[in-house]
Design a protein around this ligand. Sequence first.
Ligand code: AMP
Length: 185
Amino acid sequence: MAKRLIFLGPPGAGKGTQAKRLAELMEIPHISTGEILRSAIALGTPLGTQAKKYVDAGELVPDELMLDLIGERLAQPDAQKGWILDGFPRNVEQAEFLDKLLVELQQQVDCVLSLKVPDEVLVARLLGRGRKDDSEETIRRRLEVYREQTAPVNDFYQERRFLSVVDGDRAPEAVTAALRELVEA
Ligand code: AMP
């Protein structure tokens, strides 16, 4: 069974929900960089203070902050048995960094799951979610940032034959079942 998974997909695709479910089923940590940042912002830590303006604007937080964050998180004891990454890597530089980091840690990605959902469904879902960075303007910017910077990460993993694309425009239970089948294969 796959133990080290990456979740890709635009904002609103259901990455967080699905990654959480799979992580529970597989008893491995769900590592969401967005959640780590939101909690750092709420606590007012130095990371949170530096990251806040980017998160609020729907921009990516600079790599110099994100690379340290992921390096530290994957070195934690609970991450040695496996993990699901949700929200990282968010651009090709982060994907290249992760490749090198995993060589150092003597780990490898088992599978990259990419959730596909039509744009109009994404916007409707994000508007209904009501998170602090879900204003209409920020949503528009997050989708743009996804297209410009994050979508190329799909190609990065496709070229390395890790990518599995899953239809995310279905009932959450149906998506979970499809993902399980891939992960357990
Ligand atoms: P998410 O919860 O994954 O939708 O992330 C919410 C926000 O956190 C994003 O819009 C970015 O501002 C920031 N963020 C999360 N992960 C990353 C990352 N890997 N690199 C840069 N910024 C990130």
